[in-house]
Design a protein. Structure first.
Length: 324
């Protein structure tokens, strides 16, 4: 896709409307997460000796009593800015080495392992129906509040509550960074914790505009759960609108209107995993200060030029002053 071709999606907001009770649905889910008593432990990793920071494993109790894990890097200075880092699908938190790049910017890092994917966070399960295709389909045979990604957003809320309560970070400089699944989780984190997050860097977000994903035939790779669910559990397609309606409650584009922080948004125009059309649905719904960078010829891949933009984007908050 050429940059000029993207103009056809100006004003595009996805094939399916946001559920009318979307905001109240998530108010209830966040209240459920807030009712979970904070139970966490920061365990130093004695194997890692880095002069500029300390490395630690954060263990905490999430929804359903799951034991969840995040990596934490703490710069030597007191009350640093902090980057909440979310990884792609399926996967886990990247290496200490890679996360340490933020430490050079004076930022701490809290990087969550999504439950049951590739890291150390526990997935307590309890989903009805097939989960062989992955977490996107997990819970689709039950009510929307039982979806895997609903529970994950609640776990992220608990993690944000720990960030608020632990006294380790400058809460006027909390940032979000994520690509693909991490971009989708990042948008939702900003939306559901709007009082906490100051800025967000989002690259080709996943979990968006599921109806368009099906129509475009892009239900492969990360979205393959949609295809498997349709083939195995709804072969005639008579229930497609029903399960797409449930997925609307975790659709990244539907969270976007709740985001209040400034967003730096990157799109590779040759992305076939998360098609640019589905990313436009997210970007167009953002009602906050926002900047989009387009990368012709780049697909669903590491875009180093976008990574470099994070230096100025996050560090600019120091120049603007801490409080909002």
């Amino acid at each position: 896709m050429a940059p000029e071709d993207l103009a056809q999606f100006d004003g595009y907001r996805g094939l399916m409307a946001c559920p009318p009770d979307f905001d109240s649905f998530w108010d209830e889910r966040m209240a459920e997460a807030d009712a979970v008593e904070l139970d966490y432990e920061l365990v130093p990793d004695e194997r890692r000796t880095i002069a500029s920071c300390s490395c630690a494993d954060l263990w905490f109790v999430g929804m359903g009593g799951a034991r969840l894990h995040a990596r934490v890097l703490l710069p030597v200075q007191k009350l640093p800015a902090v980057v909440l880092q979310f990884h792609g699908y399926p996967g886990a938190t990247r290496s200490w080495f890679e996360q340490a790049s933020f430490v050079g910017m004076g930022c701490a890092v809290v990087a969550l392992d999504c439950p049951g994917q590739g890291g150390q966070s526990q997935d307590v399960g309890g989903f009805l129906g097939s989960t062989v295709a992955g977490h996107l389909a997990a819970g689709l045979e039950g009510p929307a509040d039982g979806l895997y990604y609903v529970r994950l957003h609640q776990d992220i809320r608990i993690l944000c509550n720990i960030v608020r309560a632990c006294g380790l970070f400058d809460l006027s400089r909390v940032f979000v960074n994520g690509a693909s699944q991490g971009g989708g989780l990042g948008i939702a984190c900003c939306a559901l914790n709007a009082d906490l997050v100051r800025r967000a860097a989002i690259l080709y977000p996943f979990l968006s505009d599921f109806g368009a994903v099906m129509e475009l035939g892009a239900d492969l790779v990360a979205y393959e759960g949609l295809r498997y669910h349709a083939r195995w559990l709804d072969p005639t397609g008579e229930h497609q609108q029903e399960w797409l309606g449930k997925l609307a409650y975790v659709d990244t584009k539907n969270f976007a209107h709740l985001v209040r922080c400034e967003v730096l948004f990157g799109t590779g125009l040759a992305d076939t995993v998360c098609p640019p059309q589905t990313q436009c649905a997210v970007y167009n719904e953002l009602r906050c200060p926002k900047t989009r960078i387009l990368y012709p010829g780049r697909g669903h891949e590491e875009i180093q030029e976008f990574d470099d933009l994070l230096i100025d984007f996050f560090c600019a908050c120091d120049e603007e002053g801490g409080a909002r």
